[in-house]
Each structure stands twice: as C-alpha cells, then as structure tokens.
Design a binder for this molecule. Structure first.
Ligand code: ATP
Ligand code: MG
Length: 232
C-alpha cells in the first residue's frame, strides 16, 4: 500500500467546546489508484485532505506514505514531503494573474528534479493554443487546466484535489475529469479527490463517505468507470 491512514482523529477548539472533526478514520490506497472523498459540508473532507497533504496536523493516528510516517514528521520534514511528493489542486484555480498560462506552469517546475516537459503537459491538457494567454483571458475550464498543469509539472507521486470541478459547469467538469483520468493512466499518479459530485466515485478505486467526521461508508470498487461513462 502506498498510502495508509490508521485511526486518524482531529479536533478543533478547546477542552470545553471540543469539535471532533475527524473521528478514527482508517483506509488505504494503492499506488496509481483514485480515491474519492464525499460527504456533506462540514463532514471533515478538506481537513482530512489537508492532513494527508502535510498542511495540518492530526491529534492521533498514523499516516504512512511510501513507508514514511508523516505523523512523525516535524515542520521541515513535512515541507520536504510536500515538495518531493505532492501536487495540489483547489476549487479556485489560484493562478498568478500577471503571468501567462505557460509562465504560471514554469514557476512550479524549477523546484523539481523529475519535472515533466512543459510543452508535453500543455499538449496533454489541450492548452497549447492558450499558452501565452493571461488567466483573465481564459475560461474557467482552461484556468483549471492550467492549475492542474501547475500541480503536475513536477510529476508528483500523489495529487490531492479539493473540489477540482467545484467552480465548473458540466462540460468543463467532464473535461477536467477526463484529464485527471488520462494523467492517472499516463504517469501512474495516485489521486485523492474531495468532491460533492457523487458521480466521480464511480471512476474511483476507493470511495470514502464521511459523516460528522466519521466514516459512513468505505467502498473498495473492483471495477471503475471511465470519465466518459459517468454522468450526473
Ligand atoms: N481552522 C479551523 N478551526 C476551527 N474549526 C475548523 C477549522 N477548519 C475546519 N473547522 C471545522 O471542521 C469541520 C470540518 O471542516 P472541513 O472544512 O473539513 O469540512 P468539509 O467537509 O471540507 O466541508 P465543505 O464541503 O463545506 O468544504 C467544520 O465543522 C469546520 O467548521
Ligand atoms: Mg471542504
């Protein structure tokens, strides 16, 4: 297993007004798999994703990625873990407004030893014709594809997506999902997607349904649909 989560718990607040946001979460993902985390607003999805991403700490439990225990790392080690292994995609594209699409991608490339060639990535993401456009000259779907390219250019082992289609209409959502699928196949990237769109769970190997910080349902799918075959 590449990613193992074991009895993970997290609370916010004080002893008097304790808000248990994650309660004893356990699941695992193999390399190259897609995992979808669904559940109502406030159920702990982003908190879980952020802890897997080394952006937040759990109170108890273990996370092991590629045989390294995240939950035993200090800030510096977590920073290295993020730099060496992770790509992030958020709901709002987080592009730098005064850089072109290509420049937005370039600034994320230089830290990596294993970077993907930018022109190859632009082509895979069907962005070649938009390389010199600025964010405000692109559609939402195009901007999200640039954001995906930013996350992918260093060829991360683990791609964490928090509502990657949350700000997109049907057509653009479908396009982004097709791309995520293509990248998963082409580079063997392990992908965790937080979403409100339950249809995405059909293209996932692992589906985690959260409710009030607890696992409501954990499904290990034996077969997955392609992005083309899911609908909502
Ligand atoms: N920094 C924080 N301080 C205190 N409480 C927090 C903090 N971050 C999140 N919470 C609380 O933790 C709970 C889970 O939040 P989280 O953002 O993980 O939910 P979510 O499932 O991602 O929801 P959404 O679908 O609305 O994005 C919520 O009750 C939220 O108010
Ligand atoms: Mg959230």
């Amino acid at each position: 297993m590449q990613l193992v989560i074991n009895n993970l718990s997290k609370s916010y607040g004080t002893k008097e007004s304790n808000n248990k946001v994650l309660d004893n979460i356990s699941f695992e993902i193999e390399k190259g798999q897609i995992c979808t985390i669904i559940g109502p607003s406030g159920s702990g999805k982003s908190t879980l994703l952020n802890i897997i991403g080394g952006l937040d700490y759990a109170d108890s439990g273990r996370i092991v990625f590629d045989d390294e225990e995240l939950t035993a790392m200090n800030k510096t080690q977590l920073g290295l873990y993020r730099r060496n292994n992770l790509g992030f995609i958020f709901q709002f594209y987080n592009l730098i407004p005064n850089l072109t699409a290509k420049e937005n991608i370039e600034v994320c490339q230089y830290l990596s030893k294993d970077a993907i060639e930018i022109d190859e990535l632009l082509e895979t993401l069907e962005l070649s014709n938009h390389a010199s456009k600025f964010p405000n000259e692109m559609s939402g779907g195009q901007q999200q594809r640039v954001a995906i390219a930013r996350a992918l250019v260093k060829n991360p082992k683990l791609l964490l997506c928090d509502e990657p289609t949350g700000a997109l209409d049907y057509k653009n959502s479908k396009e982004v999902l097709r791309l995520i699928e293509r990248l998963n196949k082409k580079y063997g990237t392990t992908i965790v997607i937080v979403t409100h769109n339950t249809a995405i769970s059909h293209m996932s190997n692992v589906v985690l349904k959260l409710k009030d910080g607890k696992i409501d349902q954990l499904i290990y799918n034996t077969s997955v649909e392609s992005a083309d075959n899911i609908d909502w």
